[in-house]
Every structure is written in C-alpha cells, then in structure tokens.
Design a protein around this ligand. Sequence first.
Ligand code: SF4
Length: 489
Amino acid sequence: MIDTATTERREISKISLPGKGQSTLEQTPRREYQSLQHVRPPVSFESLTHGQFPEEEFWRKLPAYADIDRETFLDYKWQSRNSKTSAGRLKKLIGDFAPAEFFTDLEQGLSKAPMALRISPYIISLIDWEDPYNCPLRIQFVPIGNRLLEDHPNTHLDSLNEQGDSPTPGLTHRYFDKALFLPINTCPVYCRFCTRSYSVGMDTEEVSKVSLRVDYERWKKAFEYIESRPELEDIVISGGDAYNLRADQLEEIGLTLLAIPNVRRIRVATKGLAVMPQKILSDKKWLQALTTVGNHARKNHKDMAIHTHFNHPKEMTWISQQALGVLHERGITVRNQAVMQRGVNDEVDTMIQLVRRLSYINVHPYYVYVCDMVSGIEDLRTSLSTALNIEKHVRGSTAGFNTPTFVCDLPGGGGKRSIHSYEYYNQDTGIAVYTAPSVKAGKLFFYFDPIHSLSEQSRLRWSDPVEGQRMLDEAIRESKTSSSTVDLA
Ligand code: SF4
C-alpha cells in the first residue's frame, strides 16, 4: 500500500526555500508539485485575479488625466479639489469619451435623485466611460434618467426610521448596547443609495435635507446621553463620513468616547478607503489622529476599528492595497459592509471576487446588506431571493471568518437580521416578514422586493392600493405571529 502522506512529504522536501525578497510562488518550479495528489483541480497563479494589483497609472487613460503624474494623483487634496459636483463639470471633464446622450440622461437623473452628485477623480478614472450605462461604478454614483424606476409604495427617505429612534439629533439608539453617532453630514463622494438620504449632502431638487452638520453643542448632547446610559458599550462614528472630519475633530470625538467608562468599542465608519484611498497615504495628520485613537483604545483595553464600504472588486487597486497595508501595519482592524445593488454586485462571481479581494488586502468582509428601501433608487434594489441565492454560493467559497453575513436592515427600525431569518417570504408578492425580538419585541417588520422583479400579475396588484393591503394582510396572517403589532416604515 502506498503511503501518500509520506510521498507528499518527500516531494515537498525537494522544494527549495525562496531567497530573501522572493515569494514562494515565484521561486518554486511547478513541476515539483506534479506528483502530489489533488482532491480539487489545480488552478494557475494567473487565474487568481483577486490577488493581483498591477501598479499601473490607470487614470491616464482618461484624456483629461493623461498628464496627471503619480504624485499628484496620490495627493488627497488634489483628489478633493478635483471632485466633480455637477453634471456640467463632469461633462466638461469626460467630453467625447462618453456617448453624447449620456449627459442628457445624467441631467434628467439628477433632477429626480435623492442625493447630490459628488465623485472623486479616483472613482471617475475607474469608471468605464466608453460603456457608462453598464459600468458598476457609474451605477453607484451617477444617476441617469432612463434607468430610474417607479418606487415601491413602501419606500421612504429615512427608511430605517433613524430619526424616530434618536433621543437627541444625530444619535440613534436602537440596539440595547450600541448607538450610532452622526457628527457630520458630508462625505468624500455621494452614493445614490445612501441610507441617510434624508440628511447627507446638499439639498437636491427633490429633497430638503435634515441638517446634521458639525455642531459641537449637538455633539456634547450626544456624549452626555451616551454617558448617561451605562448599557451603551459600542458607538459607531459615522455621518456623512468620518473621513470628512478634520484630524483634530476625529481625535476629539474618539478620545472623548473612549474616556466614557461604559464605552468599550468604537467604530469609525468611512467609505473613504473605497473612493479616496489617497487620504491614508498622504493626509499624515488624519492618519496620525486615527492611530492615536486606536493606540489609546488598545492601551485602555478597549477597541477601535474602521468600518468601510467597498461594493465592487473594481474599486480596489494598488492604491487601496497600499492604504490598507498602512492601516494593517498600525494594527487597525478594517471591516467591510457592502450593499447589494442591481447591475453592480448581484452576480455570484462578482460577489465572490469582492469577498476574496477584500480578504487579500486584510479587510474583513463583515456584512452584505440588501439595499435599503430608500425612495428614488428602485433601479438599484434586488429581490431577497437574489440575495439568498448569492449567499448560498458565497458561503463555502472561502474561510468562514471571511464570509460576510447577508443581512436585511429592517425598514422601520428593526435592526439587522440575517436574510434567512424571515418568518414568511412570498416570492410572488415580494413580501418578506421579519421579527426582531431583541430590538423591538412583538413587532412585525416588512421588506418588499422591488416591483420590477415581480411577475406581471403581482405588478398589477401592487398598482392598486386595495390589493396591496390585501397582500399585506395575507402576509401577516401567514407569518404565524399574528399577536405582533405591525410596523411599516
Ligand atoms: S459614503 Fe455613506 S453616508 Fe456618504 S453618501 Fe455614501 S452611503 Fe451615504
């Protein structure tokens, strides 16, 4: 009988160790492995694209950036100064590189969008302007009129009812031991699908925003509330985006929260790593403030982490890899919260590639959310069944600790639930019913698939409010928790 384990050990012992500065993959001749037994078919190194970050000056392919050198492109101040905030300025920059009709579409899209336009040169240079209609990065940040779809009757601007769960403006206390603090209402870019469309960014033609701008008196009230509630151990510093806080503001907020005895964990929420990684490499003051807060947390046996927001593998380049490397060297944990969107990441292969690429640069793929039921973004939402199918394929594709939990942040403020934990789901009507016993016991919460994903017959039923109520009543009856009260956002 052949002892395969011994044979394998002998074969491996033939392999010479790499020299300094050389990776094992570069050094080891492939033929040395050929006698090993394979329980899965081997793959080529070249096919492992999730780990490849070629150091190209990719921005130069856009004519407007052809003369931008590396030093300039890596400067966060240049990125910030050259972000585009209007259709006209974007058109001037892109010119004939995009199809002519695209900019007319863009103006129509912006006139109906809940979010203003703001887009960084980093993202602009990663968009495929020759095919902007199908580019997953364009879809997330730049609305176009001809793709917009009619809202589901149950969408809202503040779909999670954050304001309803706020004891003081800009502080949401929904979970027992966790609160969400919103110190600022601006971001380095504006995402079309923003959960906080009710407050983030400038007013649009459609929406007058609730003001949550930087205000030290408002912050003080939030700190006092947190201190007055001994059960609050976990505080998320979000916005807007913590990237837009000045270094001294970030440090002040971080150290103030860590000085509150009951606070054990803080999280700095920023999409910045995905849309302007240059800041980590060139804003020394901000990086130092973040490091100071992280070190202070560790010295006091508390915790600080960054929560970021990559949605597509294309958002990660060698610049992101370098920025994440800097944070990793400083012992700063980074977790990702992706949002599933139609045409962006609602395919199995894309989501698996996103998860693998994140893991490769030391970002934990923590959550994937089904898109919130925010008004004006119906074209971005996918059905719950799409999310269930993608989750099935992602699980098992990599290690468990790098496998995101797919969640639905319940409209109306029930908090995040695993998408699988519904009490009832009817793919025909698109109604899913959840409960949240540790958040709001005794209540039912609903997620609705977008109308465009339903059958013709169900679409017709939703166009009639009486039929809509009938479908809802049936869902409540069938969910077998009829003693619960109903909470529609
Ligand atoms: S970065 Fe976050 S808060 Fe800002 S627009 Fe995007 S999703 Fe909203």
